[in-house]
Design a protein around this ligand. Structure first.
Ligand code: ZN
Length: 346
């Protein structure tokens, strides 16, 4: 159970000071040798996942519930999950990750795509109910930080993570720090324009990378190949049997070596790799970490990504190139990352 006198040992010290204090290696507030634990909660489109995370990124306790549709019920669910987890563990801080643009002060959700949050002061709302320091973070940034600290980006200083899910999540770690930009909303690599006058994106723009390199794009490409016949026959059979082509169907066919499914994957992986050539020019990472369900296909996705990256790299052949690695923490990356950020007070 978290006590306010532990978090704010001096009544004159506010939350911001407590955040700075929490970064000190030895605050004197804990018994010698006790592990620092933080709660991380990742609000996804269908599930809210929460866990108690230790200083090594290990999850000691985990909870998952369906994501409520209405905002008051969603906030209640986050509060209830945090209360339940800290009732069983001595936790320091609570981190909450959600899709959306977060402001520079990490206090307000400026715009969330799937939740009716517009300039929502989420940190203050949660701190007033939980009486504990709360950090909020964009979900892709949280996952990227988790991979940087404890997963495929471990040991590096400069990392880009791209998550191929419903959209394309982006996270940038530069010189060991999460890059958020001047207004807090940087690193949205999925919304870099990939094609002029391209497909309409949920952000209001046209031609964003995520329309060409996401899990949803993979399904669209598979449907298009199925409609053409020829190498799309196996995909067409799946479509005719199920009414649609699920990502799991495509994965199964890729692993079986089906030419239609491999072509669909080549298209989206090539789009991602081509964009990475441009990201190298701007950000020059040591490693690109590829996450999301599509990345679980491993080399089948990484090989076409690498090929398109090499072809699109400015100055290619003469400059150091980045490695490509599959994310290691799976769906837990976001809650692990946001717990670690909360523990650092940022
Ligand atoms: Zn967009």
């Amino acid at each position: 159970m978290l006590r306010m006198d532990r978090v704010y040992p001096d009544a004159a010290v506010g939350p911001e000071q407590a955040r700075l204090d929490s970064q000190a290696p030895s605050s004197g507030r804990r018994p010698e040798g006790s592990a620092v634990l933080n709660v991380g909660i990742d609000i996804g489109g269908t599930k809210i996942a929460g866990g108690v995370v230790d200083a090594a990124g290990g999850i000691l306790d985990k909870r998952r519930v369906d994501t409520p549709v209405e905002v008051p019920a969603l906030v209640d669910a986050v509060v209830a999950m945090a209360e339940e987890l800290r009732s069983r563990h001595d936790v320091t801080a609570i981190g909450v990750a959600a899709a959306g643009f977060i402001d520079r002060d990490r206090s307000t959700v400026i715009h969330a795509p799937n939740i009716a949050w517009r300039n929502e002061p989420l940190r203050a709302v949660l701190e007033s109910r939980l009486h504990a320091p709360v950090s909020i973070e964009n979900d892709a940034n949280a996952a990227g930080w988790g991979e940087f600290r404890f997963g495929a980006g471990r040991g590096r200083s400069h990392m880009v993570m791209l998550t191929m899910g419903t959209g394309v999540g982006g996270a940038v770690v530069s010189d060991g720090a999460l890059y958020r930009g001047g207004f807090g909303s940087g690193g949205e690599l999925g919304h870099v324009r990939f094609l002029r006058d391209g497909l309409l994106c949920g952000c209001g723009q046209k031609g964003c990378l995520e329309q060409y390199a996401s899990g949803r794009a993979l399904q669209r490409e598979a449907a298009e190949i199925a409609a053409r016949g020829g190498i799309g026959q196996a995909l067409a059979d799946v479509r005719d049997a199920d009414g649609t082509i699920h990502g799991t169907d495509i994965s199964r066919l890729v692993q079986a070596g089906d030419p239609g499914a491999l072509e669909a994957l080549r298209r989206v992986a090539s789009a991602l790799g081509e964009a990475c050539g441009g990201f190298q020019a701007v950000l020059d990472p040591e490693v690109f970490v590829i996450g999301g369900g599509v990345a679980q296909l491993g080399d089948a996705v990484l090989e076409p990504v690498r090929a398109a990256y090499a072809a699109a790299l400015p100055g290619g052949g003469d400059r150091p190139t980045a490695e490509f690695a599959v994310a290691q923490l799976g769906n837990d990356a976001g809650l692990i990352g946001v717990a670690d950020l909360a523990g650092r007070g940022r």
